[in-house]
Design a protein around this ligand. Structure first.
Ligand SMILES: *Cc1c(COP(=O)(O)O)cnc(C)c1O
Length: 239
């Protein structure tokens, strides 16, 4: 990691601040279209593959909630880029669960009962409880995607809500690879409907809905997203 020259760093921070303002303005406009309060939507800046030095500049520009999809990458960046909260948004193998609990403030990608139980136990052991988690749901039942099926999350939920080490803040989904933002809308509608149905029976399930990425976050906000995960729209195309 080479040292940045101060003038380059200032320009980079200013560029991130502009990108952040633009994304926040688009979130706010989408929220207003749906009669929602823009403050009810949190922006997670997905910094996977972005070098730690640029992540530091992003934090300086106010992008203080970051998302990573690999435990080790998140751990390495967090060590040299302080001042942010970190969300894990990618698949978590059980042998990395302990490191994930040590590193991340929120684990958005809990996709099995076994993983949830393990995270709960580790969070209690480490004195990190309650650990905030989201349940990843494969609402489209896409065989290529991780996550609970809509039926299996319903069956598992009572047990998950009993885990003393976790606080289940809500649901997360990765939309289908859609050719247009509009094509992603049914996925978002389905996740919100599932959340409402589950919460009517299980009030302890939190109301967070993490859905929407660079190509479709405005549609997601219109359909009720409380967390959007934006990578390329802030950091540019990944190499
Ligand atoms: C990479 C990634 C994102 C961000 O995707 P962009 O298209 O770059 O906005 C969001 N969520 C998850 C789970 C990801 O892996």
């Amino acid at each position: 990691m080479g040292a940045e020259r101060p003038e380059d760093e200032r320009a980079q921070v200013a560029a991130f601040a502009r990108a952040r303002d633009q994304v926040l303005a688009r979130i706010a406009a989408a929220a207003r279209r749906a009669g929602r309060d823009p403050d009810d939507v949190q922006l997670v800046a997905v910094s996977k593959t972005v070098p730690a030095e640029r992540v530091r500049d992003a934090i300086a520009a106010g992008l203080t909630v970051l998302g990573e999809n690999r435990v080790q990458e998140g751990e390495a960046k967090k060590a040299v880029a302080p001042g942010a909260a970190w969300h894990l948004v990618g698949p978590l193998q059980s042998n990395k669960a302990r490191k994930a609990v040590e590193t991340f403030d929120v684990i958005e990608s809990v996709d099995s009962v076994g993983l949830a139980a393990r995270l709960s136990r580790i969070a209690l052991e480490l004195g990190r409880a309650p650990l905030r988690v989201l349940l990843q749901v494969n609402v489209d039942d896409d065989p290529a995607k991780a996550g609970f099926g809509p039926g299996s999350v319903e069956a598992a939920l009572p047990g998950l809500l009993e885990l003393a080490g976790l606080r289940v803040d809500g649901l997360m989904t990765v939309g289908r690879l859609a050719s247009s933002a509009a094509a992603a809308r049914p996925t978002f509608v389905a996740l919100r409907a599932l959340s409402e149905r589950l919460r009517s029976r299980h009030p302890r399930l939190g109301r967070e809905l993490s859905m929407g990425m660079t190509d479709d976050f405005e549609v997601a906000v219109e359909e009720g997203a409380t967390i959007v995960r934006v990578g390329r729209g802030l950091f540019g195309e990944r190499g």
